[in-house]
Design a protein around this ligand. Structure first.
Ligand SMILES: Cc1cc2nc3c(=O)[nH]c(=O)nc-3n(C[C@H](O)[C@H](O)[C@H](O)COP(=O)(O)OP(=O)(O)OC[C@H]3O[C@@H](n4cnc5c(N)ncnc54)[C@H](O)[C@@H]3O)c2cc1C
Length: 474
């Protein structure tokens, strides 16, 4: 039986980064298992009908000095093939256009024209400052199940308190009210739609800190990944042993080791990192205690509805748009959708035209038990495409050469997860969040269902904590 020092199950952002960092920094033997033929999970790029599409993630944030993601890339020794987006996101809300650009004064002048408020500057400056301070914190950590880990978590909380003082206790909604007053429903919708894509929730139950991290996303450089998001994942894991198309079916504790049984073989490992969703990992284990541990995390019933298009030729649109409406989209839990176009010079995504990924939020369980699944899916797809074509008047239905969509059901089929996007960190669930360590020796978690949350920045932060747990301070 082949054995490893570390086996990682899942090649999402989290699984790929931790495999590469461990392999680079230590003498451990590392193997990365991926059930799908494509690497990257929600950040993969896949091929269908001869065309390439980004499955979920299309924007990359965090490749900047002082940011943990750039530090990981430097340690692994990769320079990503990325281009900076001049306008991070063009937000279209009815007849209004708000460009989310990095330049603070330029953004402020747009927001002031769209939603005039005497305290706009105060509000958005605070959002930016809090976000900047957060990324300068030195002791970000979240661990459980031992005195030493609780102590380190307390140390991090102390740093948070010292850095943010009373701001740490402020709620998002309270801060909006105190600075901007009673804002219009449209302004609130604008704020909420941005938060839904970055931190998976609206401003209702979250802290000012969470809101700041969510709203400040486009104050960072936002990058387009040339050749598809999946090509970056391939680059991250290029020097390690990757076992694609190999699903882990069963995990058995064997003394201090874990025996992992895949669709092809059986292996032994001293340390095991699960990048599979925390909500769907219980079934992998025979041990009842471990099963119960994974079952203890309540499911986050939120997922994505994604439409993939190929347009007949290369078009020069911006890379990202967000459309916000007054009403929810049919069968969705959002009044907005996010559109990403491939750049015309992208040799992979734009080879046969323009590749488009359109996504919005839905319940995860909604799609699982539908009798008329295809009909409902068609209804949502048609509604979004109608709105899409209403805005991009240079496009007609005939310019769409291929169209297909994905629901939570599709995500589960390809990457073993119904839920997408993890669980937003709210006041009431902060202590229930899964940490990267578990109560079981040698067993760890990584990914967006674990602290510190979703997307490149959130998952990279979780990877940093895990890297220290697994490999010391290397
Ligand atoms: C529609 C959508 C749009 C998004 N847009 C952005 C964006 O623009 N920018 C951004 O930064 N983030 C974005 N995100 C969020 C981001 O994509 C995710 O937070 C991130 O990719 C999750 O990474 P992860 O490490 O949790 O791994 P996951 O993506 O969950 O991948 C886990 C991997 O594990 C594999 N796996 C599971 N079980 C097994 C098993 N038993 N055996 C072997 N392999 C297994 C799966 O096949 C999968 O490849 C988006 C997400 C979605 C859904």
């Amino acid at each position: 039986m082949q054995s490893f020092d570390l086996a990682v199950i899942g090649s999402g952002i989290g699984g790929s980064l931790i495999s590469a960092l461990t392999s680079k920094n230590t003498h451990k033997t590392v193997a990365l298992f991926e059930k799908d033929k494509n690497l990257g999970g929600c950040a993969t790029t896949f091929k269908k009908y001869g065309n390439f599409y980004n499955a979920g993630a299309t924007t990359l944030v965090g490749y900047e000095d002082g940011h943990i993601l750039k530090k990981h890339f430097n340690t692994i020794g990769i320079i990503p093939n990325i281009s900076k987006s001049k306008i991070a996101i063009r937000v279209v809300q009815e007849d209004k256009i708000i460009d989310r650009v990095k330049d603070f004064e330029a953004f402020l002048s747009t927001i002031e024209k769209t939603y005039p408020n005497k305290n706009n500057k105060l509000f958005w400056e605070k959002i930016k400052q809090i976000d900047e301070k957060f990324w300068q914190l030195q002791h970000i950590y979240y661990g459980k199940y031992s005195f030493k880990r609780y102590l380190k978590t307390t140390f991090f909380i102390t740093e948070l308190l010292k850095t943010f003082q009373f701001d740490i206790f402020k709620t998002a909604q309270g801060f909006i009210k105190a600075t901007l007053g009673d804002i219009s429903k449209e302004y609130q919708n604008f704020i909420n739609a941005q938060l839904l894509i970055t931190i998976q929730t609206n401003s209702k139950d979250i802290s000012l800190l969470s809101m700041a991290l969510g709203l400040a996303y486009p104050f960072h450089d936002v990058f387009y990944v040339n050749g598809g998001m999946g090509s970056l994942i391939e680059q991250i894991v290029k020097d390690i042993e990757v076992k694609k198309n190999e699903e882990i079916k069963k995990i058995i504790q064997d003394g201090k080791n874990y025996v992992i049984q895949s669709s092809k073989n059986e292996y032994k490992t001293k340390q095991l990192v699960l990048n599979s969703s925390i909500y769907q990992s219980a079934r992998l284990f025979e041990n009842k205690e471990i099963q119960n541990y994974y079952k203890s995390f309540s499911f986050s019933d939120q997922s994505a509805f994604v439409i993939y298009l190929t347009l007949d030729k290369q078009y020069d649109f911006l890379e990202h748009y967000q459309f916000i409406y007054k009403e929810f989209l049919p069968n969705c839990i959002s009044n907005s959708f996010f559109v990403s176009f491939s750049k015309s010079d992208d040799e992979v995504l734009s080879k046969n035209g323009t590749s488009v990924t359109i996504s919005t939020h839905t319940k995860a369980n909604f799609w699982r038990y539908l009798a008329n699944y295809n009909e409902i899916k068609e209804e949502t797809q048609e509604f979004i495409i109608k709105r899409f074509l209403e805005y991009f008047t240079s496009l007609k239905k005939e310019n769409i050469s291929k169209i297909h969509s994905a629901t939570s059901f599709t995500f589960n089929r390809y990457i073993n997860r119904y839920n997408c996007g993890g669980k937003a960190i709210k006041f009431k669930n902060i202590t229930e969040l899964p940490s990267c360590n578990t109560p079981f020796d040698g067993l760890y978690n990584v990914g967006d269902t674990v602290f510190a949350g979703q997307g490149w920045p959130g998952v990279a932060l979780g990877v940093d904590v895990l890297n220290k747990e697994l490999n010391g301070n290397s």
